[in-house]
Design a protein around this ligand. Structure first.
Ligand code: PMV
Length: 324
């Protein structure tokens, strides 16, 4: 069968997804909102072949454990009514050893490439629902620019998908990513960490309770094109998510000393009138929302922080797409 290649960009949440209402279907407990990033791209090629004895996965040039993608490919096979196994070749065009999570771009690219290779032509909304099964944040990477993920209420997850937010504001913003390296211990995967938080953190309920209001505030800021209001909200939301993780028992602390130094540097930039608001995910790196005009100044300041191994500036990225 023919090989199909698709590419998708990673995204960074400004209102975080942190908690599930259904683990098996990967249904989020609340909505989220993100910015898709052009600098972090995954390209994936899929071919189904009846001659294959099992699914195979090649990741960044090396053989990888296909059991990570086989259950996802099963969903595609069931939808297409085929039984052939697949060859999956995936490459992350991320800065080398950045330690940035690639599950969002990875499952979005895989959802598009695998469905097309299986002869399916899904609408973006259906693709988003499928990508969600691989990773919750992947549902957002089907779309470009600012994206809203809807938690939905149905038990089958048919209303838990992402939609793009109509605005041209994404053209004015940049994300500066500061990579914290060196001696970083293995972090907690987001799947287990969310579950642990929900089960043990006394702040988990408070975290969930603040998400609907934060989504409203973020969407209103985007509707007004107000970068400052969006940035302030994003930083507060990320800190609330991390507070719930830190309060889990035992604690989940993703931050390194350099992470806190970066947060201080961002506050210092703001005190000097530079547009800069921080957000952090399931790792020590800090991503800073800024404007096109201030991105270079932000990047230069953050690179000077001790423990930071590199910085990069990303524009907003586009929707997942087929390549050739
Ligand atoms: O999509 P997952 O299961 O890797 O979870 C993503 C979790 C965060 O990155 C911390 C937040 C988010 O909304 O992307």
């Amino acid at each position: 069968m023919t090989a199909v290649t698709a590419r998708a960009c990673a995204n960074i949440a400004l209102v975080k997804y942190w908690g599930k209402r259904d683990a098996a279907l990967n249904l989020p407990a609340a909505g989220s909102l993100s910015l898709t990033l052009a600098a972090l791209v995954t390209e994936t090629t899929v071919s189904f072949d009846a001659a294959l004895a099992q699914d195979s996965l090649e990741l960044d040039g090396g053989a990888a454990d296909a059991s990570r993608v086989a259950p996802f490919l099963d969903l595609v096979r069931a939808a297409a009514g085929i039984s052939a196994h697949a060859r999956v070749i995936s490459a992350n065009h991320f800065p080398t050893a950045s330690g940035l999570a690639s599950s969002a771009s990875g499952y979005a690219a895989l959802a598009l490439a695998a469905t097309r290779a299986a002869g399916l032509q899904l609408e973006p909304r259906e693709l988003s629902i499928l990508a969600r099964r691989g990773s919750g944040s992947a549902a957002r990477s089907i779309f470009g620019g600012f994206v809203r993920m809807h938690a939905g209420t149905r038990a089958d997850g048919s209303d838990a998908f992402a939609t793009p937010i109509e605005t041209s504001m994404h053209e004015r913003v940049r994300m500066v990513i500061a990579i914290v390296g060196g001696g970083v211990p293995k972090t907690h995967g987001s799947r287990d960490a969310m579950e642990h938080c929900a089960a043990t953190s006394p702040l988990y309920a408070a975290w969930l309770a603040c998400v609907p209001g934060d989504l409203e505030t973020a969407e209103a800021a985007i509707a007004r094109g107000d970068v400052q209001a969006l940035g302030e909200l994003a930083e507060a939301n990320a800190l609330a998510m991390h507070a719930s993780a830190i309060a889990a028992r035992p604690a989940i602390i993703y931050w390194q000393p350099a992470t806190l130094a970066l947060l201080a540097a961002v506050r210092d930039l703001r005190a000097r009138g530079v547009a800069a608001w921080a957000t952090m995910d399931a790792g020590p790196h800090v991503k800073v929302l800024t404007t096109a005009a201030d991105a270079d100044a932000v990047s230069t300041s953050l690179r000077a922080v001790s423990g930071v191994t590199s910085t990069m500036i990303s524009t907003a990225g586009g929707a997942a797409e087929l390549v050739g």
